[in-house]
Every structure is written in structure tokens, then in C-alpha cells.
Design a protein around this ligand. Structure first.
Ligand code: F6P
Length: 750
């Protein structure tokens, strides 16, 4: 639209300029023509009077002259005439003229001396007139004096105004035509074809190679060369994507099973026992006060679930925000504590933040800005300058803590986690170009249009491109990221290699779908539990009597689709009342980010919903939803996974969602069903789940019915296939592959 406006404004300005110049020219020639006409009329008059007034001037017969001039007072467009002597002094004038000439008139003198007529505009008695002075020549051919005609020029002004008016109307008509034609031409030849081209390119981003031809015809003369270039580029891009995907598949097929031990061996052998430095906002162990004692808890969330087993296997230093109220009491002078408390395996270094820093950086910019920005759940992000300032400052604080630890490490291996620390990569690389730095982005990466609304989008991208290796869960997020950089940053993108070069530094962008722990002792040690026994005791503990159990495990977050899930349960009971008193859904909900209004509102909404649904369906000894709002340990959660017939993961948008994978790994008798949102990254790997759209309540209600009535053999075959997938693609394999990739990356600016 901007280009159309620019084009219209410039065309209208040019037309206006031409119209103005033309009008000025027309007005001035019309004025010249009309005054010339006046002069000619005056000369005719002077000629006709010459003979009679010349002797009278000579003899100074003023009263006779007066009679003559008065006869000419009332002619059309003539206000009167006056007679001057040779010296330019007024002899007489038409009586209606109020001439106050006390001195000789300069123009009259000039006319006599130069023997020519002189015309000029003058205001007499408040009225503008055109005065024409003509020398009077006697019989002896000598000049005897001068005759002046005083002409009414109001009609000239009227005529000139008329010309201006007509030209303005002409200009307006022309301007409207120009605007109209420009819009039509631009739409037909430029914006229309560009919009179609953009739509096609957008389709291509996700399309398969066989749909490389545009779905609508693309025509647009001027754009033809561009269309042909884009077609070539689209082909190369598509081929590159297919290659990348094949490569991932190939890598996957040839791998042995990774365990905690093989990761340890790998780190020692391949990396010469190099330490791993892991940095995240969330700490893996949090010390909190409980009365007079201090308790150590493991915070909820995928990051800790995935990375604690890795750090246990690798040793190294995990740097994170010390957010527990007893954290300071537990650290040494380097702010470090060995964890896990029962069998210390690695060091946790805590970074301290003031309340204001935590507010601006964690609650504000990270979780009210970047979190909703990257999750397409229709929750509007809030960006505030003061939060952004805090975010930058805290990223610097993390950098200082890291520099302290890597001061004596040569080419340290650094693994930075998530959207809280997007700027840290650049800060690290600036000071330690020998470091090998990777960023793992745990949440989705949106399309460029969505990301583009962030006021500091370029700064964030530049920060992230400090990484040597940038990792997302799935190929789709990598594609989105490259598209975003392509849109907003000056850089070179290698679509074949999925790499970005900016200022001589190269960042490789790769998908590594994160996963969960795999503990072979559970299988080999014969720890498969008797489901009915466990079920009875667990259900007894919470006072539930129900043959079918559903489970949900979430941080209370608007991205998890908790209200949608409860609506589906309500609809399921409405449609299939035979499941009344036979199905109970246990929701283990961990409060999260509760200083943010949207999270508090969600908590209230969810509680109200549970109350409403339970009130509607409850019987004396049964209710459909058991809602446990509390922090739950992994041991507690896996108890519920094991007894569940169905686990529901209904995220509206999710990077991966490790609840889905944890459920599969805990369900050792392979007798459960996973209902999984198509918008969770996990749905790309777990094809045997019952895949649903969480916005479609009917579909979800049907999915619950299917899960509870699925034949045992099919249930266990599906579960077995998913179990094998997760087992083979466990977190040790993820870490081994990712760290291996980072360790062998060629540093571009080291
Ligand atoms: O998955 C995104 C993430 O921020 C993880 O980094 C973290 O494990 C989880 O969400 C929990 O969030 P928070 O650290 O804000 O409690």
C-alpha cells in the first residue's frame, strides 16, 4: 500500500505543479491581453480628442477642457479622463474622479518627454484602476500635453479569478483520474502479482517438492524475472529441506541405544573429559524453607526433566537463577552447591537477582513478552522498555557468572537454554571467541510475521546468532527461524546447510527433538508393577473409585489447553453417560508464574470449571475430575502415569511436551493410551498417539471414548511402538548428538 500512496502523491504533486505553472502563464497572458485592449481603446479615445483639446491646452482654456472631459465620465469600463499640461500638472479631470494630484504626475511627464503612451495600475479613492497616459500632439506636431484615461479593471480581476477556478477544477478532475488509474495499474501489475507470489512462496515454505508449481497463475510483466528466480530458489530450498530431513532420518536409523553410561563414556573418550557448562534461568534443584527446615524440590517443567539426567552423566557446572528462599543458605563462597543432594553428581552455581530484576527479566520480558510471542495461542504479548532493559542486564549478569567459571578453561563447551538468555550467546562470543556455544530453544519458533511484532526483534536475533549451534525441537521451527532472519537481518543464509553467516560468524541451525530419561534398570530389573495393585492403593490414597482413570500433568499455563481438556471431558460425559461413575480424570497441576495476571486468571478459570463440571455430574461417591493444584515430585507423578488408562496432552502450542514422552516411558505394561495435541512438537514423533486438535471439543470427547474402548492388543501395539521410539531417542542420545555436533563444529571466528 505504501508504494501506491507514494506513487499517487508524487503523480498528484507533478500534476499540481504543471497545473500551477500553466495557470500562472495563462493568467499573465490574459492580463496582458486585457490591459493591451484597454491601451488600444485609450489611444482611440486620445486620437478622437487630440484635435479638439490640443489648442485648448495651449491656450489654457480650462473650463472648456473641463466640459469636454466631463462628457467622457460615464463610458463603459471608463471611470473618467484627465488632461495634463506639458509639465505634467493636472489641468482638468472628469468631475466624478477624485484625483488629489497636487504635484506634477511623473508618468505624465515621462509620456510627454518620451512621446509614448504609458500604462500603469493605480489605486484612486480606494479603487484599483488602469491608467493610460497618451501624449497630445498639436497641429504643429509639437506635444502640447497629455491625456489620461482611468479604466475600471474590476472585470479583469473577475476574468482572472474565473481562469483560476476553471484550472483548479481541471486539476481536481485530473488528480482523481490519476489516483484511480494508478491504483488500478499498481494493483493489476504490481501488488496483485506480488501478493500471489508471496502466497505461493508461503505455501512453498511448508509444501512438498511435488507441489512446486504455483497454485494460481502468476503474471505480472515487471515481476517475470523475479518469479523465475523465486521458482529456482523454491526448488533448491525444497531439495535442501528434503535432504536435511533424510539426513536426520539416516542418522537416527544407524544409532545404537544411548544410556547414561554411554553418554558418560562418550564425554570422557571423545571430549577428553571436557566439562560441560549449562546455563538456564530455571535451576534444577531449589532449596525452600518449610517451617524451620529446608527442603530441596525439583521445579516443574520440561527443561529440568530433560537436562538433570544429562548433567548427572556428564558432570560439569549448571549456572541458573537461585530462586528458592533458602538457596543462599546452601551455597559455598562461589555460590555453588553440589546436586542432587542425595548423590551429588555436578555443581549448581546460583546467580542472584533482585526482585526488580526478576520482575522485569523473568516475569516481564521473558514471560509476558517472548513466551506469548513464540506460542501462537492468541494471547497478546506485552513489551515494555523497562523489562527489556532488565532482560539485557540479567543476560549480562549470567555472562559474568559464566566468565568466572570458564576463566581457566580452554575452548569451553557451553550449552545455553531457552528464551530467557537469548542475548547471552553474543556476549559470550564477544569475550571468548574460542568457546563453543550452543543455544537450545525449548519453545516453538513462530513465523516471521508473528515474531516481527517484537520491538527488539533484531537485537534478539543478533544475540542468538552469537551461537555456533542453534537448536530447535523440530525442522519446522528451524525453517521458521531461517525465514525470520532472512526477513529482518542483513545476513547470508545457506539453505543447503541450514546455516547463517553474519559478520563472518556462522551459526548452524539444527533440529534435535528433546526427550526424557531412559532407565534400563526398570526393564531389566523386573520392576514392571502390577497395575491393579498399584491402582487400588493409589486411588485409595486420594479416595477415588473408578474403573477408568485419565491423567493430565501440567504447569498451569494458557498454552497447555487445560480448559479445553476439561470441556472435552464434560462433553464426553454428556455424550456417553454410560461412563458416569466409571471414569475419573486426575489433573496434577503445578502453579506457575503466578505473579502474572493472565496466569492468575487462568488458575481461577480452571478451578471454577472443575467446580462446575463436578457439580453437574457428581454422585454420592464419585466425581469426574480430581484437581490437585500443587507441586508434585517425579516419583508422585509417575505413580499416576502408571495407573492411567489415558493421558491427555492438549497443548494449544508446545515446543515438545515431555509429559507425553514421560507417560510413555512410565507406562511399562504398555496398557495406556496417549491423547496428544497436533500442536505439540511431540506429535511429530509419537504417531501412534490419538492425535487431536485441542480447539475441537467434539473430536477430543470422541478421542476419550476411543481411548477407553480401544482393544487391548491395539492399545499395547501402539504403546509399544511409541515406547521404542522414545527409548531409542532418549535424552542421552539427544545430549550425545548435540554435544558431539557442538564439539566438532568448525569455529568460524575462533
Ligand atoms: O519449556 C519452556 C520452559 O520455560 C522451560 O524452560 C521450563 O522448564 C518450563 O517452561 C517452566 O517454566 P518456568 O521456568 O517459567 O517455571
Amino acid at each position: 500500500m505504501k508504494i501506491t500512496i507514494r506513487l499517487i502523491v508524487s503523480l498528484v504533486l507533478v500534476v499540481a505543479l504543471v497545473a500551477l505553472v500553466f495557470s500562472l502563464f495563462q493568467v499573465s497572458s490574459e492580463r496582458r491581453r486585457l490591459t493591451g485592449e484597454l491601451e488600444r481603446r485609450s489611444l482611440v479615445l486620445a486620437d478622437s480628442l487630440q484635435e479638439s483639446i490640443s489648442p485648448l491646452i495651449k491656450s489654457n482654456a480650462v473650463s472648456r477642457l473641463n466640459r469636454i472631459v466631463n462628457r467622457f465620465g460615464n463610458r463603459e469600463r471608463l471611470n473618467g479622463v484627465a488632461v495634463f499640461d506639458k509639465q505634467g500638472s493636472l489641468l482638468t479631470s472628469t468631475s466624478t474622479l477624485k484625483l488629489g494630484f497636487t504635484k506634477p504626475l511623473a508618468q505624465a511627464i515621462d509620456s510627454v518627454v518620451e512621446n509614448r503612451s504609458i500604462g500603469s495600475f493605480m489605486t484612486i479613492d480606494g479603487q484599483r484602476m488602469y491608467i493610460c497616459i497618451i501624449p497630445i500632439i498639436g497641429e504643429d506636431n509639437n506635444i502640447t500635453g497629455a491625456l489620461a484615461t482611468f479604466n475600471d479593471i474590476s472585470y479583469i480581476d473577475v476574468r482572472l479569478r474565473e481562469i483560476w477556478k476553471q484550472n483548479v477544477i481541471r486539476f481536481l478532475i485530473l488528480a482523481v483520474l490519476v489516483v484511480f488509474c494508478t491504483i488500478l495499474v499498481v494493483k493489476w501489475s504490481i501488488t496483485g502479482p506480488i501478493a500471489r507470489l508471496a502466497a505461493w512462496v508461503r505455501d512453498l515454505r511448508t509444501a512438498k517438492p511435488e507441489t512446486l508449481q504455483p497454485t494460481v497463475p502468476l503474471r505480472g510483466d515487471v515481476l517475470d524475472p523475479l518469479i523465475s528466480e523465486v521458482t529456482h530458489m523454491a526448488k533448491s530450498l525444497s531439495i535442501a529441506r528434503v535432504r536435511a530431513e533424510n539426513e536426520v532420518k539416516l542418522r537416527v536409523q544407524t544409532e545404537p541405544l544411548w544410556t547414561s553410561q554411554s553418554l558418560k563414556t562418550y564425554m570422557q573418550a571423545e571430549l577428553a573429559g571436557k566439562k560441560l557448562f549449562l546455563i538456564s534461568n530455571r535451576e534444577p534443584y531449589m532449596h525452600v524453607k518449610e517451617g524451620t527446615t529446608v527442603k530441596c524440590i525439583v521445579p516443574a517443567g520440561g527443561l529440568v526433566t530433560a537436562l538433570d539426567p544429562v548433567m548427572r552423566a556428564c558432570d560439569g557446572i549448571w549456572i541458573a537463577h537461585g530462586s528458592g528462599d533458602a538457596d543462599r543458605e546452601m551455597v559455598d563462597p562461589r555460590n555453588t552447591v553440589r546436586v542432587p543432594p542425595q548423590e551429588p553428581a555436578y555443581a549448581l552455581k546460583r546467580v542472584w537477582l533482585t526482585k526488580e530484576e526478576e520482575d522485569g527479566y523473568y516475569y516481564g520480558f521473558s514471560n509476558e513478552g517472548l513466551w506469548p510471542l513464540c506460542h501462537i495461542t492468541h494471547t497478546r504479548p506485552d513489551f515494555r522498555l523497562e523489562d527489556w532493559v532488565c532482560y539485557q542486564k540479567v543476560n549480562e549478569l549470567f555472562a559474568e557468572a559464566l566468565f568466572e567459571e570458564i576463566a581457566h578453561e580452554e575452548s569451553p563447551l557451553i550449552l545455553i537454554q531457552d528464551y530467557h538468555l537469548a542475548l547471552l550467546l553474543f556476549l559470550v562470543k564477544q569475550k571468548r571467541s574460542d568457546a563453543r556455544v550452543a543455544l537450545f530453544w525449548h519453545i516453538p519458533w513462530p513465523n516471521p510475521e508473528s515474531f516481527g511484532i517484537c520491538p527488539w526483534r533484531q537485537e534478539i536475533l543478533i544475540g542468538m546468532l552469537g551461537a555456533d549451534l542453534l537448536v530447535f525441537h523440530i525442522q519446522f521451527f528451524c525453517n521458521n527461524f531461517l525465514d525470520t532472519v532472512d526477513r529482518f537481518l542483513e545476513s547470508q543464509i545457506d539453505w543447503e546447510q541450514f546455516a547463517i553467516n553474519r559478520g563472518g560468524h556462522t551459526t548452524s541451525v539444527k533440529p534435535f527433538p528433546i526427550s526424557v530419561d531412559y532407565n534400563d534398570s526398570l526393564e531389566t530389573g523386573g520392576l514392571i508393577l502390577d497395575k491393579s495393585e498399584t491402582r487400588d492403593s493409589v486411588l485409595k490414597e486420594i479416595g477415588v473409585k473408578s474403573p477408568f482413570i485419565g491423567v493430565g500433568v501440567d504447569r498451569i499455563d494458557y498454552t497447555k489447553g487445560i480448559p479445553e481438556r476439561f470441556r472435552a471431558i464434560e462433553r464426553f460425559l454428556e455424550k456417553y453417560p454410560e461412563f458416569m461413575e466409571k471414569f475419573t480424570f486426575i489433573e496434577l497441576a503445578a502453579p506457575s508464574r503466578d505473579h502474572i495476571r493472565k496466569y492468575r486468571e487462568l488458575m481461577a478459570e480452571v478451578e471454577e470449571m472443575v467446580e462446575k463440571i463436578n457439580w453437574r455430574f457428581r454422585t454420592k461417591e464419585w466425581k469426574p475430575i480430581v484437581y490437585h493444584k500443587a507441586h508434585h515430585s517425579h516419583e508422585e507423578i509417575s505413580k499416576y502415569y502408571r495407573i492411567a488408562d489415558v493421558c491427555m496432552v492438549t497443548s494449544l502450542h508446545d515446543g515438545m511436551n515431555l509429559v507425553a514422552k514421560e507417560f510413555i516411558m512410565s507406562c511399562l505394561d504398555h496398557d495406556g493410551v496417549l491423547i496428544l495435541s497436533q500442536f505439540a512438537g511431540a506429535s511429530r514423533e509419537l504417531k501412534d498417539a490419538v492425535i487431536i486438535n485441542p480447539y475441537d471439543i467434539e473430536e477430543m470427547a470422541e478421542a476419550i471414548k476411543l481411548a477407553l474402548t480401544l482393544e487391548h492388543t491395539e492399545k499395547s501395539e501402539r504403546m509399544m511402538r511409541m515406547y521404542t521410539t522414545v527409548k531409542e531417542h532418549n535424552i542421552y542420545r539427544w545430549a550425545g548428538k548435540l554435544i558431539g555436533e557442538l564439539a566438532h563444529i568448525r569455529l568460524s571466528d575462533g
